[in-house]
Design a protein around this ligand. Structure first.
Ligand code: URA
Length: 257
């Protein structure tokens, strides 16, 4: 099925459920303006056969994610485990898994939210307009995804683009969080930069980026700095001053080491 079809069919079903059409009573719809005086009662649908001795075990996606993430011994294995993870519906609608860019093992790991259209097409994080701004911001403090002396490593909370780049859902974040935490362990950065509200939600369990930004937190035993997301800065350039302050704080934290 085409990915766009999948999501538009899902949206149509959601819409019907919102209207109250939560039960399928007959196979074909009935025009209620055109019913004869006496309507034959529909026969009750036959109950599906119950398989004997084959209980259907519903896998818990979060438990599966935890198990697969823990089993990955390096970043290649982690990427492969995410490629093989079938429990997140976002995968069906996305063109590519977006795993990382930059230098694994860099002192700084940047965690964005989710791929947008350009990232989905290219399979790399932050390659669209927000990514160009992120590159400029990093360049201003002599860092960059491929900088020779001060490289950074970049990933996202979600590896697949949500349809129409909508906000991530809590269950999507919960499902993919074990992979993100293992990603942090395996990349082993000294410092984490958390971009935007949804990344704060995933890593700190709270939102409110205007309040959180610039305040050092701890994630997986490492110092973590929430910052405004570059997409937000594109819409509200007046907050670039705060972003600059935060970049300087990051630079100072890294010192010369
Ligand atoms: N926004 C993000 O959070 N991540 C990307 O990779 C691109 C845009």
């Amino acid at each position: 099925m085409e990915s766009a079809d999948f999501h538009s069919h899902l949206a149509l079903l959601d819409w019907q459920i919102e209207l109250g059409a939560t039960e399928a009573i007959m196979d074909a719809p009935v025009n209620r303006y055109d019913v004869p005086a006496v309507v034959e009662k529909p026969k009750a649908a036959a109950a599906p056969p119950v398989p004997i001795n084959t209980p259907r075990v519903q896998e818990d996606p979060v438990a599966v994610a935890k198990e697969r993430a823990a089993a990955a011994q390096n970043l290649d294995e982690l990427r492969a485990a995410m490629v093989a993870f079938e429990h997140c519906a976002l995968k069906k609608g996305a063109r590519n898994l977006v795993f990382c860019d930059g230098v694994p093992g860099a002192r700084v790991m940047i965690v964005g939210e989710a791929p947008d259209r350009d990232e989905d097409r290219e399979g790399q994080p932050f390659v669209g307009r927000a990514g160009q701004l992120l590159d400029k911001m990093l360049g201003a403090v002599d860092m960059g995804r491929n900088h020779a002396e001060a490289p950074v490593y970049i990933t996202n909370v979600l590896p697949w683009r949500p349809p129409q780049s909508r906000d991530p859902k809590p269950e999507e974040i919960a499902m993919m969080k074990p992979f993100l935490m293992r990603h942090i362990e395996l990349a082993a950065p000294e410092v984490i930069v958390i971009l935007g509200n949804w990344s704060c939600q995933a890593l700190l369990g709270k939102r409110g980026i205007s309040r959180l930004r610039g305040q050092w937190e701890e994630v997986a035993g490492r110092p973590a700095l929430p910052m405004f997301h570059p997409t937000y800065l594109l819409r509200s350039p007046e907050f670039k001053r705060e972003a600059w302050t935060d970049l300087l704080a990051l630079k100072a934290r890294l010192g010369n080491g």
